[in-house]
Design a protein around this ligand. Structure first.
Ligand code: GLN
Ligand code: ZN
Length: 769
């Protein structure tokens, strides 16, 4: 029995990579210093995994930005717009990489970055490869080989990790018409084979090829590409291939997968426990295939349950023999924080909750302990570890911290009526209009206003105790008042308080809800140098005190105009947290929905007439396989409805969604039945609205009329034109005028100028009616 790991977090336990990259971009350290940080992190990670006793340690899982971008560079898939940088500028490799990731605006060049998108259903973002019909591939970069040699020099039993050729193609995009990227496989394979041959010559024995697209619904043509690729690779190299997919079952791809000529097949048994039996039921026993059992959760922070994992391992061993079984995390550990040992502040993470957790380093130890226990080793330390694990899991199951009978009773008692507004939209719309008296094309914003360095410094100083609560509150009050006054003067119709008191749209609520824990150092890479620190939902969620009433009603007290209360929706809170694994996600989501519902009704009681429940993460929560979409959308939409439906007809509920593809979920978006939905839209030139138009979406819509991602101030005319486009596909009476989301990342100057123009644009539109 062997142990291996699919990938280790690359940001460094203290976010060394983030800090060094940002210093390098700011010109404060040299490329050589940045490279040094990279090799320190790699060595630290390798040594840690080797010392823990791991048989095969991943290499080439490190990246200065993203492993898919690295694969573009490896295969020479460098879009034409960067070629001048290479030829004319002779840009060093690392600068070329960052130019592709972040764009390049220097020395007379102005080259856009490559697109970025979410890595499957994680919060990690990868760079989307760009392919053309005449795409050529060359072995352009040998990072994989260099890192293998580097590991070897340090005496690490290293296993190179590469993104497999078929997933690499599938994850990319065609940049011109007339071909399918999968048809580039013939041209791509020689590059992979060249590299694999060099790795083999350098002494590699196993290589891990990640093909996570095997977790998706594939066409026959796509499935055949896998067969072709792996037969070709087999015929050209002696390297032993570990084929890894994760995040889902192999599903209907399994028969194809089982016939691929690979030595080791990795199974994500956390996301898909049932597939082990499916596989053991086939005639696999007669082959030589080794199974890598991904039993330690690489996507979540909970301590493994040794008893459950051992039962799974024993089942596989009894069928195939121990030498055909490997133990591993379910996927790369990129998606969990580095090291629980760094959580030393008991005020932040209490020992009671901490004892239930395992981060990357602890997960490696779990993998090794599982192998030792499964192999029948016994000694005092091992016995103690097993006892400790059983203890932690059983006290978690029974803990009073987790279980709140009142919450469970309340979710069990929810009826359809609780998830339904009193009247249908057409009636609500009239009643709301009687109260709100809004003009046509009403104007509003998405919630936040600029979080200036000053505002952020107040919060930092208050947290450090340098400002008293009173002083901090006074400053926030001043900022809120200024924003209300300014919105009144500008003539915005539905105002917002500005969210100055909030650090992050999930953390702010999590900190005030029961059932949430936070870490000091639980950082996870989101993209490039950007890291997030997701809250941990460990127990039944409830709201014991109002969370937003104070600042919302303060803002409302300053003006006669309606101020929109601003909440984060249940699905988004769930999606951007580490979620408990001892009950279905739907159950946790419903609990959060009830907490938000209480806040919504309290806002109404406090005289707030418009309430926005942000749900930017609805779409990203979609399961990877289409057959699971319906179940998810049913509970996700219901959670939103539960949160929203506690109010009177007169109270107007808004929701907001960031840029996403709405076509295939529009029916469900309509089912949420928000009175108004604002969507991030301007980048698509209003094309996103087509989905709403085609569906005859009944409720009101505010398509974003300007892109807030750039400091550029749009002209009134541009915004009028965009709204004209909207009006061409939807009735004017349904339309709102608002910017895209994220004003908190902008400065006040451009925000003010742009919103003045936006209000003028709305006025112009009204005159044309
Ligand atoms: N209310 C939030 C804001 O305006 C919404 C953020 C988001 O769309 N992700 O910043
Ligand atoms: Zn948004």
């Amino acid at each position: 029995m062997q142990t291996h790991n699919l990938g280790y977090p690359r940001i460094g336990s203290h976010r060394e990579l983030k800090k060094a990259s940002e210093q390098y971009w700011a010109g404060k350290i040299t490329a050589q210093q940045l490279m040094q940080t990279g090799s320190h992190i790699r060595l630290y990670n390798w040594q840690l995994q080797k010392d823990a006793g791991l048989d095969l340690v991943p290499c080439n899982d490190f990246s200065f930005y993203d492993q898919v971008l690295d694969t573009c560079l490896m295969t020479g898939a460098i879009p034409v717009r960067y070629h001048d940088l290479m030829q004319e500028k002779q840009l060093p490799y690392i600068d070329l990489l960052f130019a592709m990731a972040r764009g390049y605006q220097q020395n007379g060049f102005d080259i856009t970055a490559m697109e970025m998108t979410k890595w499957f259903d994680t919060n990690y973002h990868y760079i989307v490869p760009e392919f053309t019909a005449g795409q050529q591939f060359t072995l352009f970069n040998l990072k994989a080989l260099h890192e293998f040699n580097e590991a070897k020099r340090h005496g690490i039993p290293a296993k190179p990790v590469l993104l497999g050729p078929v997933s690499f193609l599938l994850l990319g995009k065609e940049k011109e018409e007339g071909f399918h990227r999968i048809d580039l496989l013939n041209k791509l394979l020689p590059v992979y084979i060249d590299l694999l041959t060099q790795l083999e010559e350098a002494g590699a024995y196993y290589v891990q090829l990640d093909e996570p697209c095997l977790s998706l619904n594939l066409s026959d043509h796509e499935r055949q590409a896998f067969t072709k690729a792996y037969q070709e690779i087999r015929s050209k190299t002696q390297l032993k291939i570990i084929l890894a997919s994760y995040f889902e079952c192999y599903g209907e791809n399994l028969p194809t997968v089982l016939r691929l000529p690979v030595q080791v097949l990795h199974l994500d048994l956390v996301r898909c426990p049932s597939q082990l039996e499916d596989i053991l039921d086939t005639d696999i026993a007669r082959s030589k295939l080794i199974l890598s059992l991904g039993v330690v959760d690489g996507r979540n922070i909970w301590k493994n349950n040794f008893e459950t994992s051992l039962a799974v391992i024993h089942q596989a061993v009894s069928r195939l023999g121990a030498d055909r079984i490997w133990i591993a995390p379910s996927c790369s550990l990129l998606h969990v924080p580095c090291d629980l040992a760094l959580e030393t502040n008991e005020q932040v993470l209490t020992p009671a909750v901490r004892q239930w957790l395992a981060f990357a380093r602890q997960k490696i130890e779990e993998v090794i302990t599982l192998k030792q226990l499964a192999s029948g080793e016994t000694d005092d330390t091992l016995n103690a570890r097993l006892r400790e694990n059983i203890q932690a899991n059983s006290n978690r199951a029974a803990s009073l911290l987790i279980h709140n009978a009142a919450v469970k009773a309340r979710t069990a008692a929810i009826t359809d009526k609780d998830a339904t507004r009193n009247s249908v939209f057409s009636i609500r719309k009239k009643r709301q209009q009687d109260v709100l008296q809004l003009p046509l094309f009403p104007t509003t914003t998405i919630g936040s206003f600029p979080q200036t360095t000053e505002v952020r410094s107040w919060r930092a100083r208050w947290k450090k105790g340098e400002l008293t609560q009173q002083q901090y509150d006074d400053l926030i009050a001043g900022e809120t008042e200024a924003s209300i006054r300014w919105q009144e003067e500008t003539g915005i119709d539905v105002l917002v308080h500005g969210e100055f008191e909030r650090n992050d749209m999930v953390e702010y609520f999590g900190e005030q809800l029961e059932g949430f824990a936070f870490t000091q150092n639980g950082w996870v890479q989101s993209y490039g140098s950007r890291c997030v620190k997701p809250p941990v939902i460990y127990g039944d969620v409830s709201r014991t005190t109002p969370m937003t009433i104070r600042w919302t009603s303060y803002a409302q007290s300053l003006t006669h105009m309606p101020v929109k209360g601003m909440l984060t929706g249940p699905v988004t809170i769930l999606q951007w947290s580490f979620v408990r694994n001892d009950q279905p996600r739907s159950e946790t989501c419903t609990q959060i929905a009830l907490a938000i519902r209480d806040e919504v009704t309290d806002l109404e009681k406090a005289g707030i007439r418009v309430i926005q429940i942000d749900e930017p993460a609805i779409r990203e929560g979609l399961p990877l396989r289409k057959e699971n979409w319906k179940a998810y959308l049913d509970w996700a939409v219901r959670a939103f409805r539960i949160a929203a439906a506690g109010v009177k007809d007169e109270t107007q509920i808004h929701t907001h969604m960031c840029y996403s593809e709405f076509n295939d979920i529009i029916r469900h978006i309509a089912d949420m039945d928000a009175d108004v939905i604002t969507i991030e839209c301007s980048r698509s030139q209003m094309e996103l609205l087509d989905a709403f138009a085609a569906f005859s979406y009944p409720n009101d819509i505010g398509p974003g009329v300007y892109d807030i991602h750039s400091p550029r101030v749009p002209s009134r005319q541009e915004m009028v034109q965009l709204m004209e486009k909207a009006r061409a596909v939807l009735p004017a009476a349904q339309l709102w005028v608002n910017p895209d989301c994220g004003l908190k990342t902008r400065g006040w100057n451009e925000t003010r100028a742009a919103l003045v123009e936006m209000v003028n644009a709305a006025k112009e539109l009204r005159q044309t009616l």
